[in-house]
Design a protein around this ligand. Structure first.
Ligand code: CP
Ligand code: NVA
Length: 310
């Protein structure tokens, strides 16, 4: 079993892993040998702070070991195919995570690996982030079902896509606010899948071009970078103009519920997707959110490794 996107989990599995992460966070010592002598290979094609450190620490805390492997130092894509990398690496390690540009490369890695493969971000999805996000929302609000999350900004985006899948799996309502145009909107296949989940869970899903409308009555206001890792610097000026009406500032936050929380997966730039007052303000939970990457990923790794033992 792999985690290529949240579609790999059934709704039941997904909720179980979130609850497991909540429990593991409370009792970390109970799991200090849970992955003893196990090794995680961490393949990186893009930069990272949270993902790299939290995965490696997660392995250490469970008695295992993480190996950082940068694509820059590898023959991958030059002298070695992704298929051969997967076939070889899975002879050595017990689990592989990879942060890659293309979703199709994660799919090939998984297809050719005899051990579980975890998507640690591609241009299309960021499943580990959203598991950590839903964990923190559940911890802060005591539930997920029936809450409203408003996402504002670049929505043809890995985090938005995984939020659409994740919220629709747990019965949360999600309003996405983004500029008009296919290049800024969630991709159709993701929306279709989220709508399909929503039929089962009762989530309401909408995509709007008006940030104020999207955040009305929201319990959670979420934004992500306007300059994701794969976006060229040359597009920055133009994107700032396009996304500025979707910036999360104090005025926009005031349209959400009084007890709404502000989230950003980080890295964040103050003055771009949100103002400093919002991200450094009392409604912001961005560092609790970042911490949960550690707990959620420990639960994910444990689940995937135990699953193949059965
Ligand atoms: N949120 C997140 O994935 O952060 P990094 O890019 O630092 O890993
Ligand atoms: N959308 C962002 C998420 C970073 C964690 C990116 O891809 O850079």
């Amino acid at each position: 079993m792999h985690l290529r996107s949240l579609n790999d989990f059934t709704i039941k599995e997904f909720e179980e892993i979130i609850d497991k992460a909540i429990e593991m966070k409370k009792n970390p010592e109970k799991y200090s040998e849970a992955l003893k002598n196990k090794t995680l290979l961490m393949i990186f094609e893009k930069p990272s702070l949270r993902t790299r450190v939290s995965f490696e620490v997660g392995m250490t805390q469970m008695g295992g070991h993480g190996i950082f492997y940068s694509i820059k130092d590898s023959p991958l894509g030059k002298k070695e195919s992704i298929e051969d990398t997967a076939k070889t690496a899975s002879r050595y390690v017990n689990i592989i995570m990879a942060r890659l540009f293309k979703q199709k490369d994660i799919e090939s890695l998984a297809e050719n690996s005899s051990v579980p493969v975890i998507n640690a971000l591609t241009d299309k999805y960021h499943p580990c982030q959203i598991m950590a996000d839903l964990q923190i929302i559940k911890e802060k609000k005591g539930k997920l079902k029936g809450l409203k999350l408003a996402y504002c900004g670049d929505s043809n985006n890995n985090v938005t896509h995984s939020l659409l899948l994740g919220c629709s799996m747990v019965g949360m309502n999600i309003s996405v606010a983004c500029p008009e145009g296919k290049e800024f909107m969630p991709q159709k296949d993701v929306l279709d899948k989220a709508m399909e989940n929503a039929k089962e869970t009762g989530s309401k899903i909408e995509v709007l071009n008006d940030a104020k409308k999207a955040v009305e009555n929201a319990d959670v206001v979420y934004t992500d970078s306007w300059m994701s890792y794969h976006i060229p610097e040359t597009e920055k000026e133009e994107r700032i103009k396009i996304f500025t009406p979707f910036q999360v500032n104090s005025e926009l936050m005031s349209k959400a519920k009084d007890n709404a929380i502000f989230m950003n997966c980080l890295p964040a730039i103050r003055g771009m997707e949100q103002t400093a007052e919002v991200i450094d303000g009392k409604q912001s939970i961005v560092f609790d959110e970042a911490e949960n990457r550690l707990h959620a990923q420990k639960a994910i790794m444990l689940y995937l490794i135990e699953k193949i033992k059965k």
